[in-house]
Structures are given as C-alpha cells and as structure tokens.
Design a protein around this ligand. Structure first.
Ligand code: G6P
Length: 604
C-alpha cells in the first residue's frame, strides 16, 4: 500500500526519491508525489497515476535536499492530484507524507477549521501538516511530537520544514519505517526495497519512536522525546535482487526461481544425524513441545492458505491437532487463547495490519506466538517470541508465489521438528529429511511444464469461471490455485474440497466451466478419479495436476515428481501458479500489479 521515501544529504534528492518511488510501486498505489527543499524554499509536485506520470511532469529546476516522496493508496478521498501526498500547511513551509489511517481525522479537521485553517484535500493526512505548523516548537522534533500527540490511529510519517533545511523528521506508530544509514547521507523508507540501492545498513523504528535525520546521521527518541538507542543492522537483500532478469514480469521470475528459494529456506536446517530440523530461532525447548496440545496458524490471503498446508503437515507428522484461520477475522471473535497452544503468525511482509493485530491480541492474552516471515526485522518478526525466516529474497509481484512455496517448506521443517520431539520415529524422520532435501531438484523438474501450461492456459483464457477442487492435502493447493488465478487474471475462480462437489458446485459444471483437479497418486486417488468422472459426465473439461502421466477423463494432466505424501502439496501447487500466470498474460493483464490489490496491506 502507501509508500514513503525520504533523503537528506549532499546529493540532489529528486533522482533519489524518484528511484525510491519506483521501488515502492510494487506495493500498490494510485498517485505519487514528492517535495524537496531547494533554493527558494519548498517545492512540491504530485500526480494521480503512475510514478512515471510524476516524473514526466517534473520541471528541470526541481532540485534540492532534503526531500520526501510518497506513493498513495487512496483510503480517505479519491485518487487525485490534490489528495496525493505530500500535504502542506497553509503557509507552504511544512510538507508531510503519511502512511496509515488517522482515526480522529474528522475531529481534527473541524478543530482546525474552527481555528481558521483551510483544508484543501479530502485526506486524513493533511491535518498533520497543519498540526506540525501550528505546534510551532523550538525545533521540528518538538513540533512533530506535539502534533502527533493529537493523533489517534496509525502512521508512518516523514516531515520537512523549509526553515530547517538540514533535516527530515520521521516517526511511526503501526506503520513501518526503516532508516537507511549512508556515507554522509541518510534515507528513510517504509520498505527496505527503496533503500538497498543506497545502503544495506538499516535501523527499524519501533512503534512510538521518531528520528531526526541529517547528513551526519540520526538520533532516535520516543514520541515524548526520551532518547532511544538503536544500532544499524545489515539487510540481506542486495539491489540486484530487485531486477527482473530478462523475464517479462516479476511473477514469472519469482515462480521460476523457486528451486533456489527453497534451497535457501532449507539451508543449514536439515539435521541428518537425528533426522530432524534445526530451527534456532524458535526458542522452543523439548519440554515446551511435549506439553503442546494444539497449534493454531494465522495469516491472510496466500499466507493463510500456506498455513492450511502447514496445519496439515503438523497434524499428520506431529499428531498435534492443528488448524489455520484468517488472521483478519481472529481478533473479532474474542478467541479463547490457551496456554498449551502454539500460535504461528504467517506473513511474507511481516507488515499485514490484520496479522499484526492478531499477534498483539494473542500476546495481550499471554500466548506464545511464532512468526513465519520473509522480511527480516519486520513488525511481525519483531513482535513474535521466535520464528522462522523464509530467506526467499524480496518478492516484488503483488501475488505471492515463491513465498507461498517457501512458507509451505518452512512448515515442513516445523512439522518435522515438532514431530521428532513427539512420536515420529527416526525412520520416518529420515523419510521427511530426504523428502525436503529432494525438493529443490523436484521443483526445478515440476516447473518444466511451463510451456505446456502456457498452451493450455491460452485455450481457457476466455472462460468466465474456473473451478478448482482438491481433497484433504490437495484442498489448500486448490484454494491457492484459485486465489492466484482470480488475483492476476480477474477470471472468477472458486475452490472446493472435491468431496463437496456434489453438495453444491456440481450445478455449475458444464462444457463452459473447466475444473482444475488436484489428483496426487495417494490413498485418495480412486475418490479423485470418481470426482473427475462426475465432472466429465456433465461435459465439464478437467485439467488435472498429479503424478500419473494420464488420468482417465482428464483433458490434460500436468505431472509433477512424487515426494513424500506430506510434502507433495509443495510440488502440486507449482503448475497452478504457472496456469494463473499464463492465463493472465494471455488476457494482457497488469500481472505484477493487479487492480485493487496491494502487496502489503498495512491498514485494516
Ligand atoms: C495481500 C496480498 C496477498 C497476500 C496477503 C498477505 O492481500 O495481495 O497476496 O497473500 O496480503 O500478505 P503477507 O505479507 O502478510 O503474507
């Protein structure tokens, strides 16, 4: 969603901000803008549409430092030039960019109007610029602290004041901000993606913290101005990790790089001696694991579906009752939080608002929460008691692919770890270790269907609706397959447990509605073949993904290598990612930035 970039240093901020905004585009946005302090004071430009629209409208003389930039995802007020950030105070001295939602914006707006302030936009964010200007502190730090004391809600903010042209002020509460420490320059952004071209030394601000950035460095404090001490850490990602590497879309690149991604997720974590997993970040003693009665997994979107796969692995290997639930629903049902349940929050970004809120509700009720997270140092990672990093590298395309697979693999490791402390014997432990070790090579092989899938996807591109079915372990695979397809192609897709077909969705089946069936070669094969027969008897085309080269009734079969039954879903999902990709490509969709969706949903 919204993105922030800020710069202070000897360079002209404009190209730095422009490049940072381009790096933030993948998060989803509908307008962009920037402000710099140049000779003659504050200069501001903003535009509805893409970052390149903003770039095209910038005059040559638009130069200066410090500067702040923003990509906006409309919440309060439609996407428009005037609602785009930065927002200015009435005198044009202060400029503010804001991520998050100011919940008492209506109250603050009317209070400001009564004081004679004229608000020009419909946004909640604009009040901040006026509040900072009215605070009239001894310095920008004081003004921002006074202004933020009036605000209820979530924010990541960056503030410029042309009267203090040596600094940028940033603060956050419930919306992430990361400082980038350069050589005689400082940056800040809502996402490390916008920083790594300049520096890999970063500082994550905590909620309720602010920082003054100057060319010489940074000072952090709480919002009531008590100094805090924060050391920079080195981020893993290099700028090259954000390149498209000749692929037409990031999504295609991210699907095809999964063998390497899964190797990284597994790296150093397979214990060949005791046939278990090394997961140093969990902080779980054998005694804790022995006492567990349940595992509850929470996540949103694809993270939730990956959690469903994980619950299946944990239940079948460790024989601990496990289930997954949408994190977005969890806190609203006043959940019963049990001391002997292990809670696991799943989030690629670690910044999904609903997942963070679920973690906080759990922590408030005394639960132990682990995170399965990709972005190192993100909020979920910081707030959990321990966890597993995916090491999948940056995922730029809005729709998750490589992190879905990496999450499923991380759950394979977690299930193995828990299982070997509980009842799983060494022989079965070895079976799973061997299965996990085989995954990168098998993923490579499975992705060999790329061309076949492309040909089939093109023939189905004009269909209005596509069904996905799978049984037990195959059901989350079907859910994620349908999710990918609707997200990036906008074709209606629905997933059902195959066993439920005749309890409703069979009414939809006919020559016009194809079904994608997940049909592994397991103890449910016969049942799945009956499902295919039910569909073909009604003239419905069936595309199957499984282990056999041919399946009776299926129009086509995409074959993936066979692993252990518990790990097979990791491989079965891969052709479905390619199917969604190629179908969306055939329809000419904006694959990496699908309409209405954001990579990281940082508001409720
Ligand atoms: C958004 C994205 C989804 C993603 C979900 C959870 O809705 O569009 O693709 O699965 O957020 O994201 P997270 O970063 O928490 O895994």
């Amino acid at each position: 969603m919204c993105g922030i970039i800020a710069y202070v240093g000897p360079k002209d901020a404009t190209p730095v901000l422009m490049e940072g905004l381009a790096r933030l585009e993948y998060r989803g946005y509908d307008s962009a803008g920037m402000a710099v302090v140049g000779t003659g004071g504050l200069k501001v430009r903003k535009a509805k549409g893409r970052v390149r629209d903003l770039a095209e409208g910038l005059p040559r003389r638009f130069k200066g430092s410090p500067g702040i930039g923003h990509t906006r995802w409309a919440t309060h007020g439609a996407p428009s030039d005037v609602n785009a950030h930065p927002h200015l105070d009435g005198s044009g001295q202060v400029a503010v960019v804001h991520n998050g939602i100011i919940e008492n914006a209506a109250v603050l707006r009317s209070r400001l109007e009564r004081q004679g302030v004229q608000l020009v936009s419909e946004t909640d964010s604009e009040v901040l610029a006026h509040l900072v200007a009215l605070a009239d502190g001894a310095d920008l730090e004081e003004s921002v602290a006074v202004a933020l004391a009036h605000v209820e809600g979530t924010y990541g903010v960056a503030v410029l004041d042309q009267r203090q042209p040596d600094r940028v002020l940033v603060a956050c509460n419930g919306s992430p901000l990361v400082l980038g420490v350069g050589e005689h320059e400082m940056l800040a952004a809502s996402d490390v993606a916008a920083l790594v071209r300049h520096t890999r030394q970063v500082v994550h601000l905590d909620d309720g913290e602010m920082a003054v950035l100057t060319a010489d460095g940074y000072r952090t404090s709480t919002l009531d101005r008590r100094p805090t001490s924060k050391r920079p850490m080195l981020v893993e990602e290099r700028a090259e990790a954000y390149a498209k590497d000749g692929h037409p879309h990031y999504l295609h690149k991210e699907i095809l790089e999964q063998p390497a991604v899964v190797s990284r997720t597994l790296s150093g974590r397979l214990d060949e001696r005791f046939h278990t997993a090394h997961l140093g970040g969990l902080g779980l003693e054998a005694r804790d694991v022995a006492a567990l009665r349940r595992v509850k997994i929470l996540g949103c979107g694809s993270a939730y579906y990956a959690g469903m796969l994980g619950a299946g692995m944990i239940e079948s290997l460790a024989r601990i009752p496990a289930d997954a639930e949408p994190a977005s629903e969890y806190r609203y049902r006043n959940p019963v939080v049990e001391a002997d349940t292990l809670y696991v929050a799943v989030s690629q970004s670690g910044e999904t608002f609903d997942t963070i809120a679920a973690v906080r509700e759990l922590k408030r009720k005394g639960a132990r929460v682990l995170g399965v997270v990709n972005v190192v140092g993100s909020t979920v990672a910081r707030e959990c008691d321990g966890g597993i990093y995916l090491h999948a590298g940056p995922e730029v395309s809005v729709a998750s692919t490589k992190t879905f697979t990496a999450t499923a693999v991380a759950f394979g490791l977690l299930a193995l770890f828990l299982a070997r402390i509980r009842d799983l014997g060494p022989a079965d432990g070895k079976r799973i270790v061997d299965g996990l070790r085989a995954l990168p090579g098998q993923i490579d092989e499975a992705l060999g269907v790329d061309r076949d899938v492309a040909a089939v996807a093109t023939t189905y591109a004009e269909r209005q609706s596509i069904l996905f079915v799978g049984r037990v372990r195959g059901y989350p695979v079907a859910l994620e397959g349908a999710q990918k397809l609707k997200e990036i192609s906008y074709v209606h897709a629905e997933a059902y447990p195959a066993s439920e077909l005749k309890h409703g969705p069979l009414a939809l089946v006919g020559p016009e509605v194809p079904t994608v069936a997940v049909v592994p070669d397991d103890h449910l094969l016969d049942k799945n073949l009956s499902t295919i027969a039910e569909i073909t008897a009604r003239g419905g085309p069936v595309i199957a993904v499984g282990h056999r080269r041919e399946l009776p009734g299926a129009t086509c079969v995409w074959t993936v290598p066979k692993n252990e039954p518990e790990l097979d879903p990791v491989l079965l999902g891969l052709p479905l990612q390619l199917f969604a990709y190629h179908l969306a490509a055939a329809l000419g969709r904006d694959i990496d930035r699908p309409r209405n969706l954001a990579k990281s949903v940082t508001v409720e």
